[in-house]
Design a protein around this ligand. Structure first.
Ligand SMILES: Nc1nc2c(c(=O)[nH]1)N[C@H]1C(S)=C(S)[C@@H](COP(=O)(O)OP(=O)(O)OC[C@H]3O[C@@H](n4cnc5c(=O)[nH]c(N)nc54)[C@H](O)[C@@H]3O)O[C@H]1N2
Ligand SMILES: Nc1nc2c(c(=O)[nH]1)N[C@H]1C(S)=C(S)[C@@H](COP(=O)(O)OP(=O)(O)OC[C@H]3O[C@@H](n4cnc5c(=O)[nH]c(N)nc54)[C@H](O)[C@@H]3O)O[C@H]1N2
Ligand SMILES: [Mo]
Length: 651
């Protein structure tokens, strides 16, 4: 800080997980807070919806307009006609974390509940069937793994802090395998790369376990003491010899065998699986099955063994948005099907920390749904996104350097405190302050609606008695109250049987296969002759953006080299696609334009276009989500961003 101004921003070198490193994106965060296009005042729409034409109004006027409309909607249609649509713009518990920040206010109005199901839900549900929880390994223990499977995860792009621990493991002789349909920068650093056909991971998991059984390497004592359903699951594994797995996954049989033999004889084996492989119709089943692997090998016995997905469920914060304020039970609306849900008697769409017109499936239909005249749309934002263009009222939002927050991380085991460093610019307000003022404006006197940020933090921390607010504010971060090294499930699994469940009564009740098994994705199960469009499209994380956040930063935009699509030469040649030239990717939902990159980094039949470009800053005014179906994954109504059929032609 100098003269009340933030002049530099860096990571905290003392922090055990980040050790002070920042990613490409957050490195520019300070510059981003001062960007010319930052929204600094409340705005009211003056042009037609979608035009992005606004006039500046005062906070008082904005709150009055909003209070009148919300009162009227609740009176005429009931609170459920309001949809508080919250995304992952910030995962801070005080200002963001879907379903918490602001929710006490929405409960007082009886607003519909909101399900954040576009990110990780299918994997969470799949893991829960096997382990009783989506939480698993402490990612720091990968340093102790001897075999590491990076399964559907692009560590160096999506969560690079983990890489240090993988490097430590490598220095100790660990073998690293990357399993991804794209040869990513992470796959480049692996010892073995398995170029899997998208949506067939379950078959690979079973094929690898088949080799483990051939090698006689199953941990019979562990199976006996800590698992249930082994006989049924073993029968399933025996249906997938390596040759069959090879046929389904498109990976060479000898490569499956080689990794299977390593898996059989290497303890501990750590599996890092993130969200990529569950953005498919069979994604929940894939994670459920991958979670079975350490049950067979007994890897949960060792630090550095097991599966790591999200650590969120290890975080014991008391996340209670005062549901008791709801006047009556309300429906839950799903993000994945935003356009459909908007048709259903939603009168107010309240968007915060989200950019659905950039990040949510089936973009064109969302656009149409948001044009509806009788839909009152409020967007709390920092920047003039595509979604902002459809708002009736825009409210200026603070950024991390300006507001107080309490964060966890879904890739580590720490709580992190965010103390505001500077005054908010213009008239930007935090999420909590906006809702407090609105509650006052609407005459809502319930005390919890007026709790200060520090009071909210105290409430959250009642779940973690050993981490006081005082300590957290002083240190900046605190490790969760877990052993070091942390080995989960040593006292059993939080499943109904208390064991790792290869077979699940709950799954059966939910209409899912009783025994963990391979469920192909939509594109994997659709035969070439039945395909309306021939190519499978993956839309992975961009190295330079965080979903659509930072998509308007000129330097990061330049480094992204603009919207791009990776195409194998075998698919490019017959279509006359030329490297470096624009192409049109299309299907029944819509289209987007991207520059072709002809590369052997994608398999024939698969194309890849990173997420994150703002539609309005892209040629043609759309991004890959214009072609993504609003279908659901097999579990939890998750999104299917990597499971779509498209075709591509020169533009
Ligand atoms: N094609 C494709 N699409 C995807 C994915 C994919 O793999 N492929 N992945 C999906 C995933 S994993 C996710 S999590 C979603 C994310 O989708 P969204 O939740 O919509 O996230 P963003 O697109 O980053 O938009 C977040 C917005 O919040 C704003 N923001 C940031 N901090 C704050 C704050 O403190 N207050 C307020 N009011 N606003 C703030 C940012 O300026 C930004 O415009 O995208 C999904 N979309
Ligand atoms: N730089 C950057 N970092 C991010 C984000 C970002 O947008 N940019 N987003 C953040 C968010 S919200 C999330 S949820 C996480 C997501 O983090 P990741 O899980 O890393 O997300 P993805 O990039 O969607 O997928 C990871 C990898 O899975 C591969 N994949 C796709 N389909 C399959 C499949 O069927 N099988 C296998 N084996 N692999 C497959 C993709 O090719 C990709 O390389 O990242 C977070 N970190
Ligand atoms: Mo996400």
């Amino acid at each position: 800080m100098r003269d009340g101004q933030a002049v530099s921003l860096r990571g905290n070198r003392e922090h055990p997980y980040t050790r002070g490193a920042l990613c490409v994106k957050v490195n520019r965060y300070l510059e981003y807070t001062k960007a010319d296009d930052r929204i600094l005042h409340p705005l009211r729409r003056v042009g037609p919806k979608g035009s992005g034409r606004f006039e500046r109004i005062s906070w008082d006027e904005a709150l009055s307009v909003i209070a009148d409309r919300l009162d009227e909607i609740v009176r005429e249609h009931g609170g459920e006609a309001i949809w508080p649509y919250q995304g992952t713009g910030t995962l801070g518990f005080i200002q963001g974390e879907s379903g918490f920040a602001g929710r006490r206010f929405w409960n007082a109005l009886g607003a519909s509940r909101h399900d954040l199901d576009i990110c990780s839900v299918a994997g969470n549900d799949g893991l829960r069937l096997t382990n009783g929880t989506p939480a698993g390994m402490d990612p720091e223990t990968f340093a102790q793994s001897k075999l590491i499977l990076l399964w559907g995860t692009n560590t160096l792009t999506s969560g690079h802090h983990l890489w240090k621990f993988i490097q430590d493991a490598k220095a100790n002789g660990a073998h690293v395998v990357a399993i991804d349909p794209i040869r990513t920068r992470t796959a480049d650093q692996a010892d073995t790369y398995l170029p899997i056909r998208p949506g067939t991971d379950g078959a690979l998991a079973l094929g690898l376990l088949n080799v483990v059984l051939e090698e006689g390497a199953e941990d019979t004592a562990y199976l006996e003491e800590h698992t249930s359903g082994w006989a049924e699951f073993k029968a399933e594994i025996l249906k997938y010899p390596a040759a069959r797995a090879a046929e389904i996954t498109g990976i060479a049989e000898e490569d499956i065998r080689a990794v299977g033999v390593r898996l059989a004889h290497t303890r501990p084996t750590g599996i890092r699986a993130t969200m990529g492989l569950q953005r498919h119709e069979g994604g929940g089943a894939a994670l459920r099955l991958i979670a079975c692997i350490p049950g067979v090998t007994g890897d949960w016995r060792h630090p550095g063994g097991g599966v790591a997905y999200s650590t969120s469920a290890h975080v014991p914060l008391n996340v209670d948005p005062h549901w008791e304020l709801l006047p009556a039970p309300v429906r839950t609306l799903t993000m994945t099907r935003l356009a459909d849900e908007l048709d259903k008697s939603v009168k107010c769409l309240w968007v915060y920390a989200a950019n659905p017109l950039g990040s949510t499936s089936d973009q064109n239909r969302i656009r149409t749904a948001m044009l509806r005249d009788d839909l009152f749309t409020v967007v709390m934002e920092q920047f003039p996104t595509d979604t902002v263009d459809y708002a009736d009222i825009v409210l200026p939002a603070t950024m991390q350097t300006e507001h107080m927050d309490l964060h966890h991380g879904y890739g580590h085991m720490y709580l992190v405190w965010n103390e505001p460093a500077v005054e908010a610019p213009g008239e930007a307000l935090s999420t909590t302050e906006t809702f407090r003022r609105l509650a006052r404006h609407m005459g809502l006197t319930e005390p919890s609606l007026h709790a200060s940020d520090l009071e909210i933090a105290e409430e959250l921390l009642t779940g973690t008695p050993h981490i006081t607010l005082e300590r957290l504010r002083k240190q900046g971060w605190a490790r969760l109250d877990v052993a070091e090294p942390f080995v989960p499930f040593t006292d059993g699994f939080p499943t109904p049987s208390g064991r790792l469940e290869f077979a699940s009564d709950q799954a059966e009740r939910d209409g899912l296969p009783r025994v963990a098994t391979y469920v192909p994705s939509f594109t994997a199960r659709t035969a070439p002759s039945d395909r309306a469009y021939p190519l499978t499209m993956i839309t992975p994380a961009s190295h330079t953006f965080l979903n659509t956040t930072f998509g308007n930063n000129p330097e990061l935009l330049r480094r992204s080299k603009g919207p791009r699509v990776m195409v194998n030469a075998a698919d490019a040649a017959p279509r006359g696609l030329v490297d470096g030239q624009p192409a049109r990717v299309f299907n029944h939902n819509g289209e987007f334009t991207a520059q072709v990159e002809i590369t052997d980094r994608v398999r024939p039949g698969v194309i890849a276009a990173p997420k994150g470009h703002w539609p309005k800053l892209s040629p043609g005014g759309s991004n890959p989500n214009a072609t993504v179906d609003a279908r659901n994954s097999d579990m939890g109504r998750g999104a299917v961003y990597h499971d779509n059929l498209v075709d591509i032609t020169p533009a």
